[in-house]
Design a protein around this ligand. Structure first.
Ligand code: DAH
Length: 365
């Protein structure tokens, strides 16, 4: 009889294990548990029959039924672990949150998407182009002292640039003192940089400037960029090479004619104005045989170096300054200066640049 009884245990084990394997969720698994191990379950039923067996059979049979019970419990546990993991996966999948958002549609340029104003764009270009030549950006205050804006730059008291009708003066902090001024150029940042830093120096200074002027090509507030290079052996060849390279890259014309014409500025000696070739008739840059003045430059005056605490017997350098609106108007064929500050959306749509196309040196090639 023994082997026959083992057979029925084997069949029961197989049928319970099949039911466990088929249980698709925790509920179904619990139903299998109840039908096997519950009060009136199949395995429980077998355990109850043990008491009626003669003692010598009961031991062997009892061990087999208890082993079956243990196996069923283990199989239930293992399936429960699997089903719990499934349930967690399903819950996570159901509660999954998509944190990505499709990009908003935007026009390639124009104020609807936000756009880079041509002044800002030119500043980015200046910073990229001079940055590639080793220049860093320096800044100074918009309200300057008389000394930084004029005297330290060797501009004498009687110079026309100091006249009231050209320059916005503020009330002096002390009665009888010199009046502060809305800086009339970015050149005072030359002085500030030299006072703050040991040479060698290589900076550009893009920034706001003010003069009492207002017409189609002048605004009371406008922008300039200053350049300053100080070193032991800096000479006019460096000045010319730097500016020719810059102008050709900025205007994107590899053979742009550039002319250096002697001039006068109080803060440079010798001084030069720089012209580029263009056609007066068509406004086209690079050809046409006419010359257009574009910037001022020169070797930094020894008095200016000394005023800023730099020994002119050891150090020398060059400087330059130009109008940002002016070079922007020339580059893009913008005829009138006033719309730069009018926030006219039609104008911006035409001249502003997409923030998604930042300036790179490739654009200058
Ligand atoms: N500061 C001059 C101006 O506003 C421009 C200028 C000319 C700057 C010559 C310079 C320079 O640094 O060397 O008109």
């Amino acid at each position: 009889m023994g082997s026959g009884m083992v057979d029925d245990l084997d069949m029961l084990r197989a049928s319970i294990e099949a039911a466990i394997a088929e249980a698709a969720d925790l509920r179904a698994l619990d139903a299998v548990r109840v039908s096997a191990l519950g009060k009136s379950g199949e395995v429980t039923g077998l355990l109850k029959t043990l008491g009626a067996l003669p003692p010598e059979e009961r031991r062997a049979r009892g061990a087999q039924v208890n082993a079956l019970k243990l196996e069923v419990e283990r199989a239930l546990d293992s399936r429960r672990t699997t089903l719990e993991a499934f349930a967690l996966d399903a819950k996570l999948a159901a509660e999954r949150m998509d944190v990505t958002l499709p990009p908003r549609p935007h026009p390639p340029t124009g104020p609807e998407s936000g756009s880079i104003h041509p002044i800002s764009r030119t500043m980015e270009e200046l910073i990229a182009l001079f940055g590639a030549m080793g220049f860093r950006v320096a800044e100074g205050p918009d309200i300057e002292g008389d000394w930084h804006n004029f005297s330290a730059l060797n501009i004498p008291d009687h110079h026309p640039a100091r006249q009231d009708h050209d320059t916005f003066y503020l009330t002096p902090p002390e009665p009888g003192g010199r009046r502060p001024v809305l800086r009339t150029h970015t050149s005072p940042v030359q002085i500030r940089t030299m006072l703050e830093e040991e040479p060698p120096i290589r900076v550009i200074v893009p920034g706001r400037t003010w003069r009492a002027d207002h017409d189609a090509t002048h605004s009371p507030m406008f922008h300039q960029v200053e350049g300053l290079v100080i070193g032991r052996d800096i000479h006019m060849g460096h000045l010319k090479g730097t500016l020719v390279d810059f102008l050709r890259a900025f205007f994107g014309i590899a053979d742009l004619p550039v002319r250096f014409r002697s001039s006068y500025f109080p803060f440079t000696e010798p001084s030069m104005e720089v012209d580029i070739g263009w056609s007066r008739r068509t406004g086209e840059l690079g050809q046409g045989g006419d010359w257009l003045e574009i910037l001022g430059s020169g070797m930094v005056h020894p008095k200016v170096l000394a005023n800023a605490g730099i020994d002119p017997k050891v150090w020398q350098g060059f400087a330059f300054g130009m109008g940002i609106e002016r070079i922007t108007m020339l580059k893009h064929g913008i005829p009138d200066l006033r719309p730069f500050y009018e926030a006219d959306l039609r104008w911006l749509r035409h001249y502003a640049t997409s923030p998604l196309s930042p300036f790179t040196l490739h654009d200058a090639a």
